[in-house]
Design a protein around this ligand. Sequence first.
Ligand code: HEM
Ligand SMILES: CC(C)=CCC/C(C)=C/CC/C(C)=C/COP(=O)(O)OP(=O)(O)O
Length: 302
Amino acid sequence: MTQLIAITKLAPSQISALINDYLAICKFKVVAMLVLTAWVGLALAPDVGRGMGVQLISLLGIGLLSAAAAVINHVVDSEIDSKMARTRHRPVAKGRLSKFHALSFATVIGVSGFIMLMLWANPLTAILTLFALVGYAFIYTSFLKRATPQNIVIGGLAGAMPPLLGWVSETGQMAAAPWLLVMIIFTWTPPHFWALAIARKSDYERAKIPMLPVTHGIDFCKTCVVAYSILLALVCVLPYLIGMSGAIYLIASTVLNGIFIYKAVKLKMAGSDDTAMDLFRFSIVHLMVLFVVLFVDKWLVI
Ligand code: HEM
Ligand SMILES: CC(C)=CCC/C(C)=C/CC/C(C)=C/COP(=O)(O)OP(=O)(O)O
């Protein structure tokens, strides 16, 4: 209550700075991408005649639980974040937001998201989304990240879940097809993250986090990036092979994965930090376009 009274006394510029801080701890852009992949999972599921309003609420529920997981990550990692150049200005690491306020916010949005999924989607979606939250916010952030260089390979499963969550929100049942979309994000995550970790190795060294370039060296990590980008290209063919997607998807996915492998090999051959960041940025465009094409191929191509 005292916090609410204090907010009413803030100048407009302070209010917008506060909103920006809350959006930042939600990892707003990452969550937007997670919701995009959930939406595609939902759109590719068999049509069971749910209205668009209910579908939007389901996606909002998945987005709110993802954002809650991101906020918990900011709280648990605040000490690590304060040691790394890339993250030291984050609101909780800097002390602009207290852990108490951040955790209260996570509780409000997390509980709201869970209730939305229970009431407007189904209990299976609510439980699976909660598992993803626990997987990212606790198993990955509190344990794996500090324990093993395979942290993001195992922890990546949580961030890969949204297409399955979107599908199950529609049908109430698991199916094999959305697991292929999960596998795409699961194989995409290591090269996505390791490209950044190569460029930011000194940050992770300083924070004593056993990321792969720190524990096994940059050269080995680059080899893993190439290997995973080839695996990703192969996994991306599976939706076409089972008839889930058509030729438009196959062509787009081949082009996107061709560029991905080219950039990964370029990084391996002569890569500097710039080449690594170029691959990291491209990985985001790659996944976004790939999922938009999955949708277009299903719904907009006759
Ligand atoms: C364990 C799995 C993952 C790890 C370790 C990881 C790591 C990272 C890191 C360190 C950043 C940089 C953030 C920054 O600039 O401060 C980032 C950015 C990003 N990631 Fe991931 N990521 C993972 C999974 C995912 C997934 C599953 C998605 C979406 C499906 C995703 C989408 C994005 C996007 C869109 C950005 C850009 C955010 C921005 O520009 O602010 N990531 N990721
Ligand atoms: C319910 C559900 C689907 C949950 C998934 C939530 C989620 C936000 C997944 C994204 C993964 C991600 C951005 C990891 C980076 O964490 P990091 O701590 O390694 O990176 P950082 O140093 O930038 O914080």
